[in-house]
Design a protein around this ligand. Structure first.
Ligand SMILES: NCc1[nH]cc(CCC(=O)O)c1CC(=O)O
Ligand SMILES: [Mg+2]
Length: 338
């Protein structure tokens, strides 16, 4: 774009002079409709646990999640994303608890849908909360490096997704980065008659170090024992590869496409939206939350202004929605609350 005219006929500050003209030329907006609220859920009754590395985020039992869900609905937040915390006894090498129809996730999903049918419920499809080794897939017992097996994992993910759909999940969100999982899950859902269950594919999910606090929150860090996910999550150096990943998930039948993490990957959000034109979501991950919270707690950053600026940046980059631990705060501020 070539500027037409120049100083002094063109003065960019003219439009910035007053609030009315700033509002008129504002290109991006954030609304509660853009937000997805992630929640950590525990088994049992009347329990709340704080997550040390994520001040303000708690793990709660279902009875304590219900008022949170009600609050999200009141604030106009369209959906919750559920992340289960599974006790050590529920973790096995084969992750069988992941498709137990009486497990924590299906129980929470069915109760949420019974109480708040209008609130969207998104479930995470990946094995890491359920594996004793903390990986998102099944590992090869004969491989000293514990290589995560792709095709065997697909069968487990299909069972897990079907179990969530049977419990009433509106959206299943595979976050495991196995090849072909969207196609396998779509086939499984169709076979079960779940033609309306949406798939939110974590298509461009990077092997990021910004997931650290989340792994504390779900208790997978200790199980992972210093292991990494470089053999299946994407290399942070790559961008073209993200476009191929999303294109494959479009072909395999996903409905929504996630880029993760968020702020360090805004260029990827932009490319996915501009080049592929699909419903594009971004995950402001636990490490991004922790950074902001730590600086705010120290008085180094202004809470509301910095959080809202970070969220707006995702919209400007092209995101249609944002999964963020700040969802309820942001929705409250958007409503004019303190
Ligand atoms: N299925 C894994 C999963 N699900 C959500 C997150 C991270 C979310 C966050 O950091 O907020 C991860 C990352 C990982 O452990 O590799
Ligand atoms: Mg893929």
């Amino acid at each position: 774009m070539r500027p037409t005219g120049a100083f002094p006929s063109t003065r960019m500050r003219r439009m910035r002079r007053d609030d009315f003209s700033r509002r008129l030329m504002r290109e991006s907006t954030l609304s509660a409709d853009d937000l997805i609220y992630p929640v950590f859920v525990l088994d049992g009754q009347s329990r709340t646990e704080v997550v040390a590395s994520m001040p303000g985020v708690e793990r709660v039992t279902l009875d304590r999640l219900l008022p949170v869900a009600e609050r999200a609905l009141e604030l106009g937040v369209p959906a919750l994303a559920l992340f289960p915390v599974i006790d050590a006894a529920g973790k096995t090498p084969g992750a069988e608890e992941a498709w137990n129809p009486d497990g924590l996730v299906p129980r929470v999903v069915s109760e949420l849908k019974r109480r708040f049918p209008e609130l969207g419920v998104i479930t995470d499809v990946a094995l890491d909360p359920y594996t004793s080794h903390g990986q998102d897939g099944l590992i090869d017992p004969d491989d000293p490096r514990g290589y995560v097996l792709n095709d065997e994992t697909l069968e487990a993910l299909a069972k897990q997704a079907r179990c969530h759909a049977e419990a009433g999940a509106d959206v299943v969100a595979p976050s495991d980065m196995m090849d072909g999982r969207v196609a396998r899950i779509r086939a499984e859902l169709d076979e079960g008659g779940f033609i309306h269950t949406r798939i939110l594919a974590y298509s461009a999910k990077y092997a990021s170090s910004f997931y650290g606090p989340f792994r504390d929150a779900v208790g997978s860090a200790a199980n992972l024992a210093g292991g990494d996910k470089y053999t299946y999550q994407m290399d942070p150096a790559n961008s073209d590869e993200a476009i191929r990943e999303v294109a494959l998930d479009i072909a395999e039948g996903a409905d929504m496409f996630m880029v993760k993490p968020g702020m360090p990957y805004l260029d990827i959000v932009r490319r996915v939206k501009a080049e592929l034109g699909v419903p594009t979501y971004v995950y402001q991950v636990s490490g991004e939350y922790a950074m902001l919270r730590a600086a705010i707690a120290n008085g180094w950053l202004a809470e509301r202004a910095c959080i809202m600026e970070a969220l707006l940046a995702f919209k400007r980059a092209g995101a249609d929605g944002i999964l963020t631990y700040f969802a309820l705060d942001a929705a409250r501020w958007l409503k004019g609350g303190a």
